[in-house]
Design a protein around this ligand. Structure first.
Ligand SMILES: NC(=O)c1ccc[n+]([C@@H]2O[C@H](COP(=O)([O-])OP(=O)(O)OC[C@H]3O[C@@H](n4cnc5c(N)ncnc54)[C@H](OP(=O)(O)O)[C@@H]3O)[C@@H](O)[C@H]2O)c1
Length: 274
């Protein structure tokens, strides 16, 4: 039996991690969501080995409760932690650092701090609170879901000026992985810390977005990203399904030997991002 915790598990890539990991009925999969009332798709999996827990990654007390709940089921251990939850943006992702329009110019600092708070501080808090369980787990693997947008060379190649707070915070997250990996105790105990990018994945869900103008804007933004990727990387065949991206990432996670930390790899286990 292998135990997994997945954050941001109610939709997108997180939901798909839970779906694939819980196929093995021996596995225990703890799906952490912000709001259980929006976990219908998880519940719809109808799997007895999926435990739905509620915690915002910025809420330390809620994560402590989740750790306790996991511990009660597993007897105090955890094998694999997948830090998937992320703040992507509040609708200003298309702007560059110095091109926020005047009416929202003051939002850049706020956006940077929010991205850092969820994607870096939140991930570190979740990881630190689960570490005692991971230390007695069999596999000691901690995965941070990163992004090609955090890679400087890739950013140059695709000439991508936007999604700034997200990209900057994920670049910081890659260094977080390296710092955990270099902690003497973690090295000695055979921990594997991995920052892993999923590729470009179609997780567009317009759920809850009712404003036709906003829907149009979001579609335009995605289409723009896809066509700029296609221009820069002619072999790029379009957005992958969450199923394909998660299958590839799980191969990388499974193959990772004890103590083989890396910051950071693509879904192919290398630096090929698309
Ligand atoms: N899709 C892609 O092409 C792509 C590319 C590169 C990297 N990634 C990475 O892959 C991961 C999943 O992406 P996705 O496309 O599946 O994203 P998504 O569909 O936007 O889902 C994000 C998830 O994170 C959760 N979340 C956000 N803020 C949270 C918080 N403060 N506390 C707890 N949960 C929180 C969301 O919960 P709510 O539903 O409650 O908001 C949701 O479950 C992310 O780390 C992302 O950076 C995705």
């Amino acid at each position: 039996m292998v135990s997994y915790v997945v954050t941001g598990a109610n939709r997108g890539i997180g939901l798909e991690f839970v779906r694939q990991l819980s196929v093995g009925s021996d596995n225990s999969v703890f799906a952490i969501v912000r709001d259980k009332s929006r976990a219908a798709k998880l519940e719809g999996l109808g799997r007895k080995n999926v435990y739905i827990l509620e915690a915002d990654v910025t809420d330390r007390a809620a994560i402590q409760t989740a750790v306790k709940q996991v511990s009660e089921v597993t007897g105090g251990t955890l094998d694999v932690l997948i830090n998937n939850a992320a703040f992507i943006g509040d609708g200003r992702e298309m702007y560059g650092l110095s091109s926020y329009p005047p009416e929202v110019e003051d939002k850049i600092g706020e956006d940077l701090l929010k991205a850092f708070n969820v994607n870096v501080v939140g991930t570190v808090t979740v990881t630190n609170l689960f570490l005692p369980l991971l230390r007695v787990g069999k596999l000691k693997k901690v995965i941070m879901i990163s992004t090609a947008a955090a890679d400087a060379e890739f950013t140059r190649k695709v000439e991508h000026e936007g999604v700034v707070p997200y990209s900057v915070s994920k670049a910081a997250l890659n260094m977080v992985v390296e710092k955990y990996a270099q902690e003497k105790r973690n090295r000695e105990e055979g921990f594997t810390f991995l920052a892993l990018a999923p590729g470009a994945v179609d997780t567009r869900e317009m759920e809850g977005v009712t404003d036709p103008e906003q829907i149009e804007e979001m579609k335009k933004m995605f289409d723009g990203i896809v066509s700029s990727l296609q221009k820069a990387v002619p072999t790029f065949e379009g957005l992958a399904t969450p199923e394909r991206a998660v299958t590839l990432m799980l191969e990388v996670i499974e193959k990772a030997e004890p103590g083989s930390s890396r910051s950071f790899l693509s879904q192919y286990g290398n630096k090929e991002w698309l």
